[in-house]
Design a protein around this ligand. Structure first.
Ligand code: HEM
Length: 101
């Protein structure tokens, strides 16, 4: 019940909560979920994703491949704005220049 409530609750995610719609994240979590803390990507409780560890390992492999092929640097328009939320994070995001190596 808790799992269903978090991942498919129309009060949190809108009337299309039950549909597969990656575009809902086009404006980030704040742009789609009424309570950002309710976004629990792998779920919780009895129906938690059984292969969260594999998925996270795959994501690290993908990130490693990206880091091998591209060089990242801060854009001149980046403003340092540490913000206290659940953790300290960049308040206005991080604007990066990306160059293929
Ligand atoms: C980024 C990758 C992934 C995300 C975000 C994700 C997310 C989730 C979520 C939210 C659920 C719970 C759905 C619900 O009942 O409300 C779930 C369930 C499940 N996931 Fe994943 N998953 C990912 C990758 C994987 C992979 C790689 C596998 C297997 C190779 C996998 C296997 C499963 C299975 C079998 C369940 C059903 C668990 C159950 O009902 O007891 N997932 N996943």
């Amino acid at each position: 019940m808790f799992q269903k409530m978090k991942t498919q609750d129309p009060d949190l995610w809108g009337s299309d909560a039950g549909e597969f719609n990656p575009e809902r994240f086009a404006n980030g979590i704040l742009g789609t979920c009424r309570i950002p803390q309710a976004y629990v990507p792998f779920g919780v409780g009895a129906r938690v994703c059984v292969d969260q560890q594999l998925a996270m390992t795959e994501l690290k492999v993908i990130l490693s491949l990206i880091l091998i092929k591209f060089h990242f640097s801060l854009a001149s328009s980046f403003q340092h704005s540490p913000t206290y939320r659940l953790v300290i994070e960049p308040g206005e995001g991080v604007i990066l220049n990306i160059r293929r190596i």
